[in-house]
Design a protein around this ligand. Structure first.
Ligand SMILES: Nc1ncnc2c1ncn2[C@@H]1O[C@H](COP(=O)(O)OP(=O)(O)OP(=O)(O)O)[C@@H](O)[C@H]1O
Ligand SMILES: O=C(O)c1ccc[n+]([C@@H]2O[C@H](COP(=O)([O-])O)[C@@H](O)[C@H]2O)c1
Length: 201
């Protein structure tokens, strides 16, 4: 009897405040190039590196992520990080997902800016045994970091989209359009609930 291949699951962690087309293109490209069966988007609960920043409520970020990914049959969203008390660390995200999907191989997808910091992340030495890491290029962030285990990280060139959540928030706060930077449903969600109004950054 032939052994069944293990499912290959991408994990895209982010604050997603708001989720934008840069995130979606990165996930889609990683899925195509690494032959992933699914990409799970995991909005952070309390991001450890953004404690001083004003971050929108987790439920708003979660719902925008659900809206943005709904039309792609391979994209799903996990509440693992927003339902876990305390600060969000990737080691805990991966442990929870391993527990939920013990049959799968995990591929953590992250931007070049995040991968440059990865050696400072909690329990960094353990991360490589829990998932394969996929570093996607991002405009303005060439990948230059040394000291990553080469067997644990794949670098992917994705079409450059110079979109950031910071810029989307600033635009929404200033009454400028975010159409086509974020999915249409996310534009409507931001307007309907008045997110980023009065934001000072
Ligand atoms: N335009 C983009 N291209 C490729 N990767 C991206 C892009 N924007 C964000 N990412 C990656 O997606 C992940 C989640 O990002 P995050 O939610 O912090 O978005 P962000 O746009 O960087 O937000 P902010 O501007 O608030 O810091 C990170 O690993 C980040 O590097
Ligand atoms: O585990 C850590 O110490 C750690 C530190 C900073 C960021 N991360 C993760 O990196 C992903 C992108 O984070 P951010 O803050 O750029 O949205 C998200 O899944 C975070 O939980 C993880």
């Amino acid at each position: 009897m032939s052994e069944q291949a293990r499912p290959r699951i991408g994990v895209m962690g982010g604050t997603f405040d708001p989720i934008h087309h840069g995130h979606l293109v990165a996930a889609s490209e990683a899925a195509a190039l690494l032959d992933l069966d699914e990409v799970v988007f995991v909005p952070t609960g309390k991001p450890s590196f953004k404690q001083d920043a004003q971050v929108s409520p987790a439920e708003d970020r979660y719902l925008m992520t659900v809206i943005a990914t709904a039309s792609n049959p391979r994209f799903t969203v996990s509440r693992a990080d927003i339902d876990r008390p305390g600060l969000t660390y990737t080691v805990d995200t991966l442990r929870d997902l391993q527990h939920a999907r013990p049959d799968a191989d995990l591929y953590f997808i992250t931007g070049a800016d995040a991968i440059e910091q990865i050696l400072t992340w909690k329990d960094a030495g353990d991360l490589w045994t829990m998932a394969h890491f996929v570093a996607v290029t991002r405009p303005g962030h060439p990948l230059t970091v040394d000291g990553l285990p080469s067997h644990g990280v794949t670098t992917l060139e994705v079409p450059a989209l110079a979109i950031s959540s910071t810029d989307c928030r600033r635009r929404a706060a200033a009454g400028q359009p975010v159409w086509y930077l974020v999915p249409d449903g996310v534009v409507q969600y931001i307007a309907k609930y008045g997110l980023y109004r009065g934001l000072d950054e």
